[in-house]
Write a protein that binds this ligand. Structure first.
Ligand code: NAP
Ligand code: SF4
Length: 676
């Protein structure tokens, strides 16, 4: 097929599968959103997926659906084993087809990761990330499970899906059969590699027989387990070839089991940081290969294809962030893409808290039925004070709804706390959010006034219909003898580079910003990591000589001596995100940062920071002490307006400084804008 697109020729080359054609080389990868189990979830999923289909993605894959109760990810999570369950899916498949898209359903049996007492596995070996020990399936149980997969595929076809994806990676049931680590069986399903591969191959063969030729079967194959006793590269190649013979149309890439202690999708993973794995399999099979992980912009995807790493690209979170990603890329409006920053804060972290997923940079995601594109009933004149995440979000959503918006920002650039966040090594993606915000402000004709400290009198004189105060936060000062000493710095002075920092530092406060500051001080002279450096740091065997793909990790000790301190006696960083906190803790450990909990601060003087720790008095002889002790709201305008009898709306850190983060700030901006 022809390459016609001027900018992304490979990305927009259709893919002919013989019986059906995908319009481009991008699939929206599988991701559980919690809509699957939510009230009215099928209607919400229909709207959510249809919006992405309208946005031009070549093929959508749903979140994982269990083939039976044992395979539930958690109690009562979605499964497909009956006709009545299949009926419910029809609204989803119809909505996607009506929007011009194609959709496959992922079949996922959670195996020993299933978070309930009915969980099963090839052998009764508990996963380190699950408190439930699985029951080993007997021979009859294995055969029944295969039949359940087949039934699930048949019902998916009946529900109108264009195909299925068989989840064979990430350490779930199929992967557990394949790897020696989790398969200690001695029957026909264990022992030799031929036996360990039998389970997935039987599933594919029997599904193909059941559904016929004209139905897409994608097999998600774990190409890099990142656990000990995982598959060797030769085994992976052999499996891929057998998967092709068994009847799959496409092979998708899986990277890392859930229990692996290597970051695979978080922000610090370099863009397209695992495309090299799929590339090694290119040419070994005759069916298309999909690559994945940390591909979040069209130019990255195009380059991956150009370098021959894969035939197709899978992106999951980028479609939460921007449903119209592909349409924007196709029309050359890449600058308008709302880029996934790989923070996991509103998607995976929320799922782990049993909440419905959304997206930090696009809080409309999964809530398309609540936040429609309808215009407001009457046009208002709105002033927004502060162009940080909360203010910019309120301004953008209000303007999208047809209001006339002025936004006032005291500094010379929009972004607020994002301007600091983007300086943190591994958080560079925040640049993209600022770029997107700027573009939206321009496209929506929002009147942005930089370097402007607007007063209450001026706001009153302008007679706005609504005034939004999003003036953010300022660092909290603390009461401590010597806090005015010249060696004491605020985190914003450090991260912005306004003040130099010496060779030894104590950080007071080990919250999100304390961790960020430690990361900044440990690594800030370091250029963005290459894939090779990243792999070496986290112990990824790029030569694939070891089964599971793990190598000895190198530590990268910081040139500075850094102490990260807190008064609480809990684990420092315990409040960080579920899916990323462990990475931040491990990263600082590798850099040799000393984290101390249960610290009492005594004073700061020329000698350093005097503390008591575990009943012992100590002096940390440091050049600098950096304060990361939380923030205080900046909301004086709200008070001044109130005195004049003018109502204003407080949002973001200006409303509540405690636990303010970008997720809350952007979401509050959205909610407020929809109330106008
Ligand atoms: P924070 O998480 O509330 O942490 C403040 C730290 O300061 C705590 O460690 C606290 O611990 C200490 N502290 C508070 N009052 C103190 C005092 N009077 N004297 C000495 N120490 C004091 O606030 P933050 O670090 O400023 O972060 C603000 C928000 O941004 C948070 O919601 C955070 O989650 C978010 N954020 C998130 C990330 C992320 O990666 N997800 C990154 C940056 C920021 P002790 O009281 O135990 O000493
Ligand atoms: Fe991406 Fe963060 Fe949105 Fe998740 S919440 S989709 S990681 S930007």
């Amino acid at each position: 097929m022809k390459n016609t697109h001027p900018q992304y020729p490979r990305l927009f080359t259709p893919l002919d599968l013989g019986f059906t054609t995908l319009k481009n080389r991008v699939i929206m990868g599988s991701m559980h959103t919690g809509l699957e189990e939510a009230k009215g979830g099928f209607d919400r999923m229909a709207t959510y997926f249809a919006e992405r289909a309208k946005g031009g993605v070549g093929l959508i894959v749903t979140g994982g659906v269990a083939p039976n109760i044992e395979g539930w990810v958690s109690p009562f999570s979605i499964k497909l084993s009956t006709n009545s369950e299949a009926k419910k899916h029809k609204v989803v498949t119809k909505a996607v087809h009506d929007a011009g898209g194609k959709i496959c359903m992922q079949i996922l049996h959670a195996g020993r990761y299933a978070y309930h007492p009915l969980c099963v596995a090839p052998s009764s070996i508990k996963a380190p990330i699950n408190r439930f020990k699985p029951r080993a399936l007997n021979n009859f149980g294995v055969k029944r499970t295969i039949r359940n997969y087949v039934r699930c595929a048949r019902l998916a076809k009946k529900a109108g899906y264009d195909g299925i994806e068989i989840m064979g990676s990430e350490g779930y049931l199929i992967n557990e059969f394949i790897a020696k680590k989790t398969n200690h069986r001695t029957d026909q399903w264990g022992g030799s590699y031929e036996n360990r591969m039998r389970f997935p191959l039987e599933i594919i063969k029997q599904i193909r027989e059941e559904v016929g030729k004209e139905f897409i079967i994608i097999y998600r194959l774990s190409m890099l387990d990142l656990v000990d006793e995982g598959s060797s590269w030769d085994e992976i190649v052999q499996l891929a070839q057998e998967v092709e013979k068994a009847g799959a149309n496409i092979i998708n890439t899986g990277i890392g089991w859930h229990e692996a202690r290597v970051p695979t999708i978080a922000t610090m993973v370099p863009r397209a940081g695992f495309a090299w794995v799929t590339k090694k399999l290119m040419g070994k099979v005759n069916i298309p290969l999909i690559t994945t992980n940390r591909i979040n912009m069209p130019e990255v995807a195009e380059k991956v294809l150009e370098e021959g790493c894969a035939d197709m690209i899978s992106m999951a979170r980028p479609f939460l962030a921007d449903p119209h990603f592909m349409a924007k890329a196709e029309s050359g409006k890449t600058n308008q893409i709302n880029t996934c920053i790989a923070c996991n804060q509103a998607c995976l972290d929320q799922i782990f808290k049993q909440q419905t997923a959304s997206c930090l940079v696009n809080p409309k995601a999964c809530r398309e039925m609540i936040y429609s594109d309808d215009q407001a009933s009457s046009k208002k004149r709105i002033a927004v004070v502060g162009a940080g995440p909360a203010g910019t979000s309120a301004a953008i959503y209000a303007a999208e709804r047809g209001h006339e918006v002025d936004i006032f920002e005291g500094s010379n650039e929009i972004g607020g706390q994002f301007k600091l966040a983007k300086m943190i090594p591994g958080k560079e993606e925040f640049h993209e959010t600022i770029r997107y915000f700027k573009q939206r402000i321009e496209d929506l004709n929002i009147n942005l006034k930089l370097n402007t400290i607007i007063t209450a009198d001026e706001l009153q004189a302008a007679n706005y219909d609504e005034i939004v105060i999003a003036s953010g936060v300022k660092p909290r000062s603390i009461k401590l003898e010597g806090v005015d000493h010249a060696k004491v710095l605020r985190y914003d002075e450090v991260i912005s580079g306004k003040k130099p920092v010496g060779k030894s530092v104590a950080i007071i406060g080990a919250g999100g910003i304390g961790f960020d500051t430690a990361e900044f001080l440990a690594h800030h002279n370091h250029d963005l990591e290459t894939v090779e450096e990243f792999s070496a740091l986290w112990g990824i065997d790029q030569r694939l000589q070891h089964p599971g793909g793990l190598a000895k990790a190198v530590n990268e000790k910081a040139e500075r001596e850094i102490y990260l301190l807190q008064r609480k006696d809990t684990k420092p960083g315990a409040g960080l995100g579920k899916t990323t906190g462990w990475i931040h803790r491990a990263s600082l450990k590798k850099a040799g940062v000393t984290a101390l909990a249960g610290v009492n601060y005594e004073k700061i003087d020329d000698e350093g920071l005097h503390i008591t720790h575990k009943g012992e008095s100590k002096v940390l002889k440091v050049d600098n002490v950096v304060l990361c002790a939380g923030q205080e709201s900046v909301n004086y305008l709200h008070e001044e307006l109130k005195e004049k009898g003018i109502t204003s709306h407080l949002i973001g850190g200006a409303l509540k400084a405690g636990e303010i983060d970008a997720k809350r700030a952007i979401e509050e901006g959205l909610k407020l804008a929809y109330s106008f």
